[in-house]
Design a protein around this ligand. Sequence first.
Ligand code: KIV
Length: 278
Amino acid sequence: MSTETQSPRPRGSIPRFLEMKRQGEKIVALTAYDVLFSRLVEEAEVDIVLIGDSLGQVVLGYPSTIPVTLEEMIHHGKAVRRGAENTFLVLDMPFLSYQVSTEDALRNAGRVLKETLVQAVKLEGGTAATCTTAETLVRAGIPVMGHLGLTPQSVHALGGYRVQGREAATAERLRHQARALEEAGCFAVVLELVPAGLAGEISRDLTIPTIGIGAGPQCDGQVLVLYDALGLNGGFRPKFLKRFADLDQEVRKALKAYVSEVREGSYPGAEHSFSRDP
Ligand code: KIV
């Protein structure tokens, strides 16, 4: 096959992420859900784009990630792939698309890879059952990213969106689960809302990279929900979040200007209008 007919090579790859960890180079990840933003995120040269099931809250208006369906994830995964052809993409397997049985998980994850052309899937949790599922997917050639700490699909079981691993027993469980996910063949693990010191210990203990969100600076990489990072999600201001822009203010200003210019008749003007001549 000539190089012109090969599919584009993503900038990131699993061996590259492992090498980045060995070299102490930070891995930068962001979520995206549509074609325009994924184009911008690719232009910014992030290492990993996650089609997160946070889609449920920030795009679809659900109260949590629990209602998100596999069809919705695939729909948005395809859009992100069209915008970010050369970036390593990971897609969140939504609630109940991988917990029912390993066969079901394999069929669903296989469908995700075939239909969206993402490189990997992410599963939440570190129980023995999740590790068995991860192992089955990895053996079938489907790269898996793990996700520990605050796992939003279990929000009701966890009693809310709260920091995980503050008590000695839960900290030890997280350390154990992180090791188990590495042994199952995961190529990276997201640590969400975990005390910084514990996230550092887990990061040093693993040979695969940890990607933190609300887990302090000692993780091997960081991820944020794109709209939170851009300040588009007005009222959402958890301690860990830095808003790198205030887009909600910009959007408000722009929309006000549009509404008043249309109302007063200053838009559209002659410069925005077509004459009869071609
Ligand atoms: O769904 C999501 O966006 C995520 C990240 C916050 C890690 O899982």
